[in-house]
Ligand binder design. Sequence first.
Ligand code: SF4
Length: 73
Amino acid sequence: MSHFCSCKDHSCPFNPHNESGEGGCDGCIQKCLREGEIPACFFNAVSAQQENLKTFTFEEFARFVIDHCRESK
Ligand code: SF4
């Protein structure tokens, strides 16, 4: 079954493209909220240029959005 998830980490047990059967947004978002992170699909929606990303925290996401908005202007 196809899924819209754009996360490239296929080793993550929550990735719906993973065959483990645990996959899905519920588990992914629960884990992200617990760890203060934003799911990868949101980063991917902003930009594919993620070489300089060190974390997936709320703060890093805010900086990432601001940096890529400036690049496009
Ligand atoms: S929330 Fe997680 S599992 Fe769901 S689409 Fe986004 S990255 Fe994929």
